[in-house]
Design a protein around this ligand. Structure first.
Ligand SMILES: Nc1ncnc2c1ncn2[C@@H]1O[C@H](COP(=O)(O)OP(=O)(O)O)[C@@H](O)[C@H]1O
Ligand SMILES: [Mg+2]
Length: 357
């Protein structure tokens, strides 16, 4: 799928933007503070209902304005066009999906998968497991439609078990929740495992393009000790869970172990290498989505050139182009992205965007 048009009103410094992006590569060049990241935020907002920057969402509204809006006509992979309109003021977020007048946020997320590669990517290595679970689950969510309902069932049952633990309920009550937890957890675990296998299958074709990156190993850990099944882990941990007042083991503790040349990636790889490794993970995820009859995602790449030398930069650009997805790339300087690659190019200056190629 790709965005045919994009209209932005009052998002940060972007007062009134009307764009017709191309279905392939769209490059946005501009100085610091010109509005490049804000443009990517607009697309991301359409696909998730929130920004990827962590400040309160109301900060997205341009100073002096009361609300922001983003609207796009989207061409779906089956050739059907649909539109997404979104508006937010200080109080609330409203959105409309033309293909589903009753749409809730989850339908919005499903309608338009958007993959973001930005300079905070290394958090996937540096920070705790929740970042990696988010990465994993975003992919699983889009290719395995039964994942989300199972995850919801699991989360609900887990909450119930935790409150039963806190209220010192009998073993019998807790075991009753265990049954619900186990059924949902088995599904969540199986879909995640299958997904990681698929990811490992496509990943080498991306890694091989970059020198010195091939030795990466991604292992899924389900959230309980490897030498037991989940039912055993729940039983074995009951007394400890009672003391803690919550359930220690389960899919809510799953993680991905990413090792590079046999050690944790963040301990060995330079920032540039980390960026390439994570880009490969993200691109493999995008390729899986595009290839599995799911929707072709839109790629947002903020500051493509940051931390990358000419060779990595050029290869990354080639790999992105070959994927054939619609992408929005930002860059500080004209010369950092070769004009030889087919693209639509725009200049961004003080919140204004003009097409140059
Ligand atoms: N709510 C807002 N209203 C107006 N301007 C804002 C708001 N929030 C941020 N800005 C400004 O928008 C400009 C563009 O930011 P950004 O998109 O991050 O630029 P770039 O990515 O091109 O460096 C910055 O100068 C920032 O100060
Ligand atoms: Mg920026």
């Amino acid at each position: 799928m790709y965005l045919n048009s994009l209209r932005i009103r009052d998002l940060r410094c972007l007062q009134a933007i009307d764009l017709e992006p191309g279905p392939g590569l769209n490059v946005f060049v501009g100085d610091n503070g010109s509005g490049k990241t804000s443009l990517l935020e607009a697309v991301y907002l359409l696909s998730r209902g929130r920004s990827f920057r962590s400040a309160p969402q109301s900060r997205l509204i341009r100073n002096e304005a009361e609300s922001l809006s983003v609207f796009s006509r989207v061409q779906d992979d089956d050739g059907q066009p649909f539109s997404i309109g979104l508006e937010r003021d200080n109080e609330e977020l409203r959105f409309k999906l033309s293909s589903d007048p009753e749409a809730r946020l989850i339908h919005l997320v499903r309608a338009m998968p958007v993959q973001l590669l930005d300079p905070t990517l290394h958090a996937l290595f540096d920070e705790g497991p929740s970042q990696r679970r988010r990465f994993l689950d975003w992919g699983v969510f889009h290719v395995e439609h039964a994942f989300y309902p199972a995850w919801r069932r699991y989360s609900r049952a887990l909450q119930q078990r935790n409150s039963a633990l806190r209220s010192h309920a009998s073993d019998q009550v807790i075991h009753a929740w265990d049954r619900d937890i186990l059924t949902a957890a088995t599904h969540v675990d199986a879909t995640r495992k299958r997904y990681v296998d698929e990811l490992n299958r496509v990943l080498p074709s991306f890694l091989q393009r970059f020198p010195n990156t091939a030795e990466i190993d991604i292992r899924y850990t389900p959230g309980w000790p490897r030498d037991m099944d989940y039912a055993q882990a729940l039983n074995a941990g009951l007394q400890r869970d009672r003391q803690l007042g919550y359930t220690m083991h389960g899919p809510h503790r799953a993680d991905l172990r990413i090792r590079w040349h046999g050690v944790k990636a963040e301990q060995r790889a330079s920032r540039g290498e980390q960026k390439v490794l994570i880009c490969c993970l993200m691109l493999a995820q995008a390729a899986l989505l595009a290839g599995q009859g799911a929707k072709k995602p839109v790629l947002l790449v903020d500051d493509l050139a940051a931390e990358l030398g000419p060779q990595y930069r050029q290869t990354l650009l080639e790999v992105i182009t070959e994927l054939g997805l619609q992408s929005f790339l930002t860059c500080l300087e004209e010369t950092l992205i070769s004009e030889a690659v087919e693209q639509k190019r725009f200049h961004v200056e003080q919140g204004r965007i003009a097409r140059v190629i």
